[in-house]
Each structure stands twice: as structure tokens, then as C-alpha cells.
Design a protein around this ligand. Structure first.
Ligand SMILES: Nc1ncnc2c1ncn2[C@@H]1O[C@H](COP(=O)(O)OP(=O)(O)OP(=O)(O)O)[C@@H](O)[C@H]1O
Length: 554
């Protein structure tokens, strides 16, 4: 049902043409049956048999063509729809509140948008054939009723009894499929963890052994669950085959016993019963694919629900709705945010914070580890929604639908920066500003522009941070936010950053908000915000008694 809900939403809107084609293919399947049954009645009529053979060949050929067309049409639409779902989930992740995305975990979202939708895509051919099979079953039953109403009852009874047994097995299969899915998610997480900590695992044998033992245990559990699933599936398949044989046997043995029936009617009915039961078997064999697709669809919808984003418009709204670029002050007014923690443990509140950022100033956010500096900056960026209080621009609260325009004021380099070669956010790359920045950040001999991308991002950690700063400045935003940017820089470049680059940014009118632990340079700021256990205090930065000596460039 979740699969249906998902496909209905987009890929299978206006599904009538597909259903019509499925019905047409099923009608041709019926034509094959009735032609063969006619032939059974005219085995001694040579001319008649030739004509029937011709009808059979034409019906079989057109049936094949119709089925092929149905498969192509459905696959094309479903694949395009799945592509849209993939992008849609990423758009929802971008539109969702950051804490909701972080609680869910980016890996989980990537898996739903990638591997799980792939499972769904792979199930499409068998699902399409199943739809046609359902139509074929209905038409063949109608035909069977024209031969004998009692035969229909016998077939339905056999399939019905088989169905009750099958339904019980299906319930177990579904539980098992869900459990397999959970194990697969756990396995992917562990494999991802190993691959992301390759270096640590290589260095630490104990860590490597434990990580491998953990993944081994997960794999073993997954194999056990898969084995149990396959055993259940064999039961499931056999129950269906028995129902198939019982429907034909029921007609041969019961129909003449229950009512006076001509032999020809018994033969034709038994043959028609086989045409009913064959597509049942087709549906049965496609059921694991269906179940995999259903689980993937459920997982996709669950993630969508957890992201708590409303239905998205087909295209993002063009341009900013409100222009905040002429701002004089940005402020947090009595704002609080609380990290929920897990099961009540580890929750942490920041605020209420009153903080005004004047345009063109340099602000350093300082404080102990875990005091709430990054959280405060996320609140100022509007990434952590305020539980209380407000974000204001020139004293006016920023409304929820103005938040995207508000965030447009900032460029950011986070402490765990992830660099991409493509400069998705940059503007006006041809005016020489990028080259000026490469020189300023002393990486002109390492990297250059290649169209809208950097030539490389394969750099040392400190160089990566410098390149990330170039990328941020190329966005040409009025406010630059840096989270422990200088932490990876050498003493020489750290000094250059605080004594040359920050004044250079200020001279260009850029407002700088920097989280920093570099107390030797606190005086490079106009304002120091000292954060302590979730509270903030405004200080006038003092020049330190001694500053690291000016060092030669290296
Ligand atoms: N995603 C999160 N979920 C739950 N709690 C969090 C989360 N992020 C941070 N915290 C908690 O909030 C507190 C403040 O974290 P924050 O990252 O703001 O500190 P910080 O001052 O920037 O620290 P550091 O100097 O170590 O980077 C921490 O003590 C941490 O326990």
C-alpha cells in the first residue's frame, strides 16, 4: 500500500492508459485461451484448425507486443517518477529544520534516496507483469463462468483456501522482510563506518578486529534472517502451486461429481482453470520483489514524515522574497534553543541570548569546549529554530517564510568543512577576485579556477580550509561566519589571518562572526562574545600581554 501511495503521487498519476493497455493485453491472453479451447472442440476439422491456428498466432504476437508496450510505458514513467522522488527527498532534507535532519542522520537519507529507491526501480518489471496478470485472472474467470458457474466456484474455493494459508505465511514473510531491512541498514552503517575510518582501523588492530567482528555478527544475523525468509518463501510458493493443482483437479474430479457435466465442458474448464492459475503463480513469484519495494517505499515515506517538511512546490521559489541585504543590525532577542539529547540524557540549552551584530563589525565567539558557541552561531544563522525569542533584522522579527532570504546574508565555513570542486554558490567568477583570493590565502600555486570549479580540492587540511574560505568569499555575502577556521593553520598563517585577512575583510565592509579559541588574537575583534554553559556575555576584547612573534612565510 505504501508503494502504491508513493507511485500514485507522481509516477502513476493518470494511470488510466496503463490500465487500459493491461486490460488489452489480458484480453489477448483470453483470446489465446478461447482459441485453444475452440481448437480442442474442432480437432477433427482440418480447415477450422488452420483458421484457429492463425488466430492463435496473431493473438499471441499482438499480446506479446501489447505486453512489451505496457512494460516500456510503465517503466519509463516509473523510472522518471523515482528520479523525481530522489531529488524531492534531497529537497525536503534541505528544507527541513537542521535538528530534524541531524537526528535522522544524513546516511539514512542518502540510503533512502539511493539504494532503497533502486530496489524499487528493480522491482518495476515484475510489478507491471503482475498488474497485467490480475487483469488476465479476472477475464479468464469471466470466461470460465460462461462454461460453468460451478467451475468458477471450485477454482475460487481452491484459490481461496490456498489464499488463507498463503496469507498466514505472507504475514510472517512481511515481518521477516522488515527485520531483514533493519539488518541491512545496520550493515550499511557499519560498512560506512569502517570505510570512513580506514586510517584509524589500519593503525589500531584492536579497533579493526572489533569493527570487523561487529560487521561479521551483523552479516551472520542477516544471512540467518534471509535463510528463514527463503524457507518461508518456499512454503509460500508450494502453497500456491498446490492451490494451482487443486483448482484443476477440483474441476476434473468434483465438477462431474457435483453436477451432470459434459466431458467437453470439464476439459475446457480445466484448461481455463490453468489459465487462471498461471498468472496467480506469476504474481506469487513477483511477491518478494513487491515486498522489497513495499519496504523501501515505507522507509522513504517514514523519512519524509520525520523530516516534517510540508509538500514541496515543483520548483523552488525563485529569488529571495524579501531583501535583507541593506541591513544595519542582526540580533537574537531572548532566543533559546535546546538540544534534546537522547532519552533525556545529554540535553543542552543555549539562551536566552540577547546579541546584536552591527554591520561591518568583527565579532569573535569564544568559550570552553561544549559551552555552546557553535550552537549560538547556528541560532544566528537561523539553522536551529528558536524555541523562544526571535531573530530580528533592524529590530523586525524574521518570519518563517523570510528565513531563506535571511540566510542568504551569510557565507559560512564550518569546522568540519566539506569541499566540493564545483562552486555551486559563487558569483561573477570572471572578475579576477578569485585569483586575488588565491594570492591572499597563499594557495595560488596549488589551485586555480577551471570554469565554475576549482582545479582540485586534494590539498592538505590547512589548505582545504583556506580554499573553503575562498569559496565562501566568492559567494560575495555581506556576513562571513567562520567556525574555528584558524585551528588548522600554522602559527605563521594564523597570525596572517588575524592581523591581515580579518582587517582586509573588515575594510571591504564584510561583517565577520568567528568562533575561535585563539586568545592571543582576541583583540582582532571589535566585540567578543564569551559563551559559558549556554549563556553569552559581551566583552570588549583586550590586547594580550604577549602575542606570538611575527613568523616568516613558509
Ligand atoms: N546535535 C546535537 N545533539 C545533542 N546535543 C548536542 C548536539 N550538538 C551539540 N550538543 C550539545 O550542546 C553543547 C554545546 O555544543 P556546541 O557544539 O555548541 O559547543 P561548542 O562551544 O561549539 O564546543 P567546541 O568548542 O567543542 O566546538 C555540547 O555540550 C553538546 O553536548
Amino acid at each position: 500500500m505504501d508503494l502504491w501511495r508513493l507511485l500514485r503521487r507522481d509516477a502513476l498519476r493518470n494511470v488510466q492508459s496503463l490500465f487500459l493497455l493491461a486490460a488489452f493485453a489480458a484480453a489477448l491472453n483470453l483470446s489465446v485461451l478461447t482459441t485453444l479451447n475452440d481448437a480442442l472442440l474442432h480437432l477433427e476439422d482440418g480447415h477450422g484448425l488452420e483458421r484457429l491456428l492463425l488466430i492463435f498466432l496473431v493473438s499471441a504476437f499482438v499480446w506479446r507486443m501489447a505486453q512489451n508496450l505496457l512494460m516500456r510505458m510503465a517503466s519509463k514513467r516509473i523510472q522518471a517518477g523515482l528520479g523525481r522522488l530522489r531529488v524531492d527527498l534531497l529537497r525536503r532534507a534541505l528544507a527541513a529544520d537542521l535538528p530534524d535532519v541531524m537526528a535522522l542522520g544524513p546516511n539514512r537519507i542518502a540510503q533512502a534516496a539511493g539504494a532503497e529507491l533502486q530496489i524499487l526501480a528493480q522491482a518495476v518489471p515484475t510489478l507491471v507483469i503482475s498488474v497485467q496478470s490480475v487483469a488476465a485472472i479476472i477475464l479468464c474467470l469471466v470466461y470460465l463462468s460462461s462454461l460453468s458457474g460451478l467451475a468458477v466456484l471450485i477454482v475460487l474455493a481452491s484459490l481461496g483456501i490456498g489464499g488463507i494459508i498463503v496469507a498466514r505465511i505472507v504475514a510472517k514473510l512481511e515481518v521477516q522482510a522488515e527485520s531483514i531491512h533493519e539488518s541491512e541498514v545496520g550493515l550499511t552503517e557499519r560498512a560506512d563506518h569502517i570505510l570512513k575510518t580506514l586510517r584509524e582501523c589500519k593503525v589500531n588492530r584492536r579497533r579493526r578486529a572489533n569493527a570487523l567482528a561487529d560487521i561479521d555478527a551483523c552479516t551472520g544475523e542477516l544471512h540467518r534472517k534471509r535463510f528463514q525468509f527463503n524457507v518461508l518463501y518456499a512454503d509460500y510458493y508450494m502453497a500456491n502451486e498446490l492451490a494451482y493443482y487443486f483448482s484443476i483437479a477440483g474441476i476434473i474430479f468434483l465438477l462431474p461429481a457435483l453436477a451432470a457435466t459434459e466431458i467437453s465442458t470439464v476439459v475446457l474448464s480445466a484448461h481455463a482453470a490453468a489459465f487462471v492459475a498461471y498468472p496467480v503463480i506469476t504474481i506469487v513469484t513477483s511477491y518478494p520483489s513487491y515486498m522489497g519495494a513495499e519496504t523501501a517505499a515505507r522507509s522513504y515515506l517514514a523519512i519524509e514524515a520525520e523530516l516534517k517538511t510540508p509538500a514541496l512546490p515543483p520548483k523552488p521559489a525563485p529569488g529571495p522574497a524579501v531583501d535583507f541585504t541593506g541591513f544595519s543590525t542582526l540580533a537574537l532577542e531572548g532566543t533559546t534553543f535546546r538540544h534534546a539529547g537522547r532519552d533525556g540524557i545529554g540535553s543542552f540549552s543555549v539562551g536566552p541570548i540577547d546579541l546584536t551584530v552591527e554591520r561591518g563589525t568583527v565579532i569573535f565567539v569564544t568559550g570552553h569546549n561544549g559551552s555552546g558557541k557553535s550552537t549560538l552561531v547556528h541560532m544566528l544563522l537561523g539553522l536551529y529554530p528558536a524555541h523562544r525569542g526571535a531573530l530580528t533584522v533592524d529590530g523586525q522579527p524574521v518570519a518563517a517564510d523570510e528565513m531563506a532570504s535571511y540566510r542568504d546574508l551569510f557565507s559560512v565555513v564550518f569546522s568540519d568543512v566539506h569541499l566540493t570542486r564545483q562552486l555551486y554558490g559563487a558569483r561573477d567568477l570572471e572578475d579576477g577576485f578569485a585569483e586575488e583570493l588565491f594570492d591572499l590565502l597563499e594557495i595560488a600555486d596549488k589551485v586555480a579556477l577551471d570554469g565554475n570549479a576549482f582545479t582540485t580540492v586534494e590539498l592538505s587540511q590547512g589548505q582545504k580550509k583556506r580554499l573553503a574560505l575562498v569559496a565562501a568569499l566568492l559567494e560575495r555575502k555581506p556576513v562571513l561566519v567562520l567556525d574555528e577556521w584558524a585551528a588548522d593553520q600554522s602559527p605563521y598563517f594564523r597570525r596572517k589571518f588575524y592581523r591581515e585577512i580579518i582587517p582586509w575583510l573588515k575594510a571591504r565592509g564584510i561583517t565577520v562572526i568567528a568562533v575561535t579559541h585563539d586568545d592571543a588574537y582576541f583583540d582582532a575583534a571589535d566585540v567578543q562574545i564569551q559563551v559559558d554553559r549556554g549563556s553569552a556575555r559581551r566583552l570588549v576584547p583586550a590586547r594580550p600581554a604577549s602575542e606570538p612573534e611575527s613568523l616568516p612565510a613558509v
